[in-house]
Design a protein around this ligand. Structure first.
Ligand code: PGA
Length: 248
């Protein structure tokens, strides 16, 4: 399976900065399709810009969230149909920042994943434990609970999701999980997927949390790490391209 390297710009960017970043990335790829799948997830207002810059090229794009509702009186929300209108391929759901700052529960995250799939967008489902949960020996229980809610909602479509293991204590902190720590959790997630789908090997399980040009190769060498969800390092073309290169 090809690896998947997805950038998560979070709430960063501007029309001018995005254009410069994307053109540096496309230049860096030299018109060649990379050996791994590559995607960029931008804030909603810039998705149309990404569609213009990226559609038909080697880099796919995605949203950072999607509504759990189809349409209607949900002020501020963006539906999966709107995303598809522009050619959107992925939507991150359940990022820890949405769980933490926007009160998203496992149930809401599962509904979003289900809605995305039904609308033809691949959900990148984020799971991960906090530092307190890790220190309390709850890592496995937490990530399994988070993934179980999504598996329950998407049922026979489980093999179509992407999972991202993002230990909360590693996000934006510069503290990366060691390759062994990450692999251990990825193996747990793979086993959980195997109980839910006949093709657990088709599900990309990404690692996210301070992945960068220096540590990407050793993380991506682990048997159950199928790619990365990259925050900070996706805002620098050279760093992001080095991660893409490490995935090939
Ligand atoms: P980071 O963020 O790479 O900046 O740690 C990853 C993420 O939150 O997806």
């Amino acid at each position: 399976m090809k690896k998947l390297i997805a950038g998560n710009w979070k709430m960063n960017g501007s029309l001018a900065a995005n254009e410069a970043l994307v053109s540096a990335m496309l230049d860096g790829l030299g018109g060649k399709a990379p050996a791994s799948d590559v995607a960029l997830c931008a804030p909603a207002p810039y998705l149309a810009q990404l569609a213009g810059l990226l559609n038909g090229g080697p880099i796919a794009w995605g949203a950072q969230d999607v509504s759990s509702h189809e349409s209607g009186a949900y002020t501020g929300e963006v539906s999966v149909g709107m995303l598809r209108d522009f050619g959107c391929r992925y939507a991150i759901v359940g990022h820890s920042e949405r769980r933490q700052y926007h009160g998203e529960t496992d149930t809401v995250v599962a509904a979003k994943a289900q809605r995305a799939l039904a609308g033809g967008v691949t959900p990148i489902v984020c799971v991960g434990e906090t530092l307190a949960e890790r220190e309390g020996g709850q890592t496995e229980a937490v990530v399994k609970r988070q993934l179980a809610a999504v598996i329950h909602a998407v049922a026979h479509c489980t093999s179509e999701i992407v999972v991202a293991y993002e230990p909360v204590w590693a996000i934006g902190t510069g503290k990366t999980a060691s390759p062994e720590q990450a692999q251990q959790v990825h193996a747990v997630l793979r086993a959980q997927l195997a109980a839910a789908t006949q093709h657990p090997e088709r599900v990309h399980i990404l690692y996210g949390g301070s992945m960068n040009a220096a540590n990407a190769a050793s993380l991506l060498a682990q048997p159950d790490i199928d790619g990365g969800l990259i925050g900070g390092a996706s805002l620098k073309a050279a760093d992001f391209l080095q991660i893409v290169a490490a995935a090939t």
